[in-house]
Design a protein around this ligand. Structure first.
Ligand code: ATP
Length: 217
């Protein structure tokens, strides 16, 4: 269970934007985060991931307070808007960055990487560079990099917005399949709520730095 309680983030004295988030996501649920542009969806996901300065409130996962933990120590993986694949690294190395940013990887890690690529339907694509992949396949590599970390909570910030509607639907169906198969709790911000109709368990509407409505879908 993910619990966000009265969470407030500081953007410094020059920002007029204030936040106060409350949200509870049951274990294994897929929660869609929707709302107007500039409403605070990315800020919420960043705060859960440990980016940004939290000034008050708490983030708990499975009863454990993770508010003070550095990003890498949190039980989560992230896939943000810019998926930032490195063009000079092949798919396996790009996924390996999820295990160790310094790419000091052993033989067992190679198996983990291949497994993560297979989970996103890219078995055998290990040696392909991003320039040799389609846009949808690049998103799958980025998703594999998040999966390979084997963390119980996955945060996705508008991850498939650049894809056409059909590919977006495929990717969301894949995330939902992985959520069920790997028992992940998933928080995913999206611009088009229709994309998760019939898929999300919970829809959180974020505006003015708050969760205005959290409703079962
Ligand atoms: N580093 C920052 N410093 C100051 N203000 C910021 C910073 N990052 C974001 N903001 C402000 O916080 C508010 C919320 O931004 P955020 O990116 O969380 O919105 P969003 O709902 O994700 O928007 P979008 O749907 O357009 O991606 C905006 O008003 C933005 O200008």
């Amino acid at each position: 269970m993910l619990e966000i309680e009265a969470l407030s983030v500081d953007f410094g004295p020059r920002s007029a934007f204030s936040t106060h988030y409350d949200l509870t996501v049951p274990p294994g649920a897929l929660c869609a985060v929707v709302g107007p542009s500039g409403g605070g969806k990315t800020t919420l996901l960043h705060a859960i991931a440990g980016f940004g300065r939290v000034i008050s409130g708490a983030v708990r996962f499975d009863g454990r307070d993770i508010t003070g933990l550095p990003p890498a120590a949190r039980p989560l993986s992230i896939l943000f808007q810019e998926h930032n694949l490195f063009p000079h690294l092949d798919a396996a190395a790009n996924v390996g960055l999820g295990i160790d940013p310094g790419l000091k990887l052993g033989a067992a890690d190679g198996e983990r990487i291949s497994r993560a690529l297979a989970e996103v339907d890219l078995a055998g694509f290990e040696r392909r560079k991003p320039g040799e992949l389609s846009g949808g396949q690049r998103q799958r590599v980025a998703l594999a990099r998040a999966l390979v970390r084997d963390k119980p909570l996955m945060l996705l910030d508008e991850p498939f917005g650049a894809l056409d509607p059909e590919l977006r639907a495929d990717m969301i169906a894949l995330v939902d399949h992985l959520r069920a198969h790997k028992r992940l709790t998933v928080l995913m911000s999206i611009h088009t709520p229709g994309d998760v109709a019939g898929i999300a368990d919970l829809v959180a509407t974020v505006r003015d730095g708050r969760v205005a409505i959290a409703a079962s879908a």
